[in-house]
Design a protein around this ligand. Structure first.
Ligand SMILES: Cc1ncc(COP(=O)(O)O)c(C=O)c1O
Length: 360
């Protein structure tokens, strides 16, 4: 095959937007085969057997045709599950895709986005792509929502991951509602990627009925064990959701994902079991981490943000050399921390043994 000559930076710059050239791309957690992956908060167990059954029944014919552009069956299933009207739900290629719809629809040139910081890094990348300013507002003591700072800044868009990534902590529905009420001209997005691991009644979905400037994101990547399928949802006022449908990619959820997503959502017994198994394994993880003298904020998710101390990086690297991936960030607030995703009891036994060796 003939080689494509490499382009000089100036030649690339002549063809592309300056802000794209200047931006940092999003750095996803490492995806390394043959490693024990406790670094990207996937579910430790496989999806429902109904998903496998569905995959083996899929016909070539269903691949020949375009999928349903509006994912009708999925939206109906999601509506029944979450008690929100189907026309107030749009499905996405992961909830990341729903975030893209929100940014495209909400943000005008010169607008500002704000997030409590630290949080999910993709919110920043999307702001760069959209060419808008991102404001990081530090979490207050012990991961409390900095409501007054948000109100003072009055950004066009606020995103709060609840539970938050990487802290696994939560803020109350009342605080989020108060924020939306204080800023009626702003859109408040509550990203509930991990909410199934939290206590009941901690979701903002019921508040959507009365607060049209609020949106909720849900994903099947975590508690439904479908990170590879890419399926998420945005819930909100039907009039707003109808506008998002205009800016989404036309066939944004592929036929395979629509089929397996439906199978997973319909198998609520299995889903419940996955959540219970995760919570039980989280107890074991906490017990081991406590033994090592590490601390963590109370976890409402399938991971712990452990404060390990100055040796965090070396432990991360030593585990990686042993084929075990945790998440470590070379950032001021997080440099002494390791984020550990809950694994199966077998995964965690391997982790604990490796930690014993590494920390000895
Ligand atoms: C807070 C948060 N939101 C969204 C996502 C991405 O979800 P999805 O896989 O549905 O795109 C993640 C993934 O780690 C996350 O931590």
């Amino acid at each position: 095959m003939s080689e494509i000559p490499s382009l000089q930076r100036a030649a690339v710059a002549a063809l592309l937007r300056d802000d794209v050239l200047a931006m940092q791309g999003y750095t996803p957690g490492e995806q390394v085969n043959d490693c024990l992956k406790l670094n990207t908060n996937e579910c430790a167990w496989p999806p429902s057997p109904a998903v496998q059954a569905c995959l083996s029944q899929l016909s070539g014919e269903s691949m020949r045709l375009y999928p349903d552009p509006m994912s009708h069956a999925l939206r109906e299933a999601a509506a029944a599950l979450w008690g929100h009207p189907a026309n107030g739900i749009v499905a996405g290629n992961g909830s990341d895709d729903c975030l893209t719809m929100i940014y495209r629809s909400v943000l005008r040139p010169g607008d500002r986005v704000a997030v409590p910081w630290p949080t999910y890094g993709l919110y920043d990348t999307l702001a760069s792509i959209q060419g808008v300013e991102m404001l990081h507002v530090a979490w207050q003591d012990h991961w409390q929502l900095p409501i007054q700072e948000f109100i003072a800044a009055a950004p066009r868009l606020i995103l709060v991951a609840n539970p938050n990534n990487p802290s696994a902590t939560m803020v109350s529905v009342q605080e989020l509602v108060a924020l939306a009420e204080a800023l009626p001209q702003s859109v408040v997005v509550v990203d509930e990627a991990y909410i199934d691991y939290a206590t009941a009644d901690s979701s903002c979905i019921p508040a959507l009925l009365t607060h049209s400037n609020m949106l909720v994101l849900r994903t099947c990547s975590k508690s439904y064990a479908l990170a590879g399928a890419r399926l998420g949802f945005c819930l909100g006022n039907p009039e707003i959701i109808a506008q998002f449908c205009k800016v989404k990619d036309s066939y944004n959820v592929n036929a395979l994902t629509q089929a397996v997503g439906l199978a997973a959502i319909r198998d609520q017994d299995y889903h419940q079991q996955l959540v219970e198994d995760t919570l039980a394994a989280r107890e074991d993880l906490m017990a081991d981490v406590r033994k090592r003298g590490w601390t963590w904020p109370p976890s409402c998710a399938n991971f712990l943000l452990c404060h390990v101390g100055p040796q965090a990086e070396s432990i991360y690297r030593a585990l990686k050399a042993r084929g075990i991936l945790l998440r470590w960030w070379d950032r001021p607030q997080l440099r002494e921390c390791l984020r550990i995703t809950v694994g199966t009891p077998e995964d965690q036994a391997r982790l604990f043994q490796a930690l014993d060796e590494v920390c000895a």
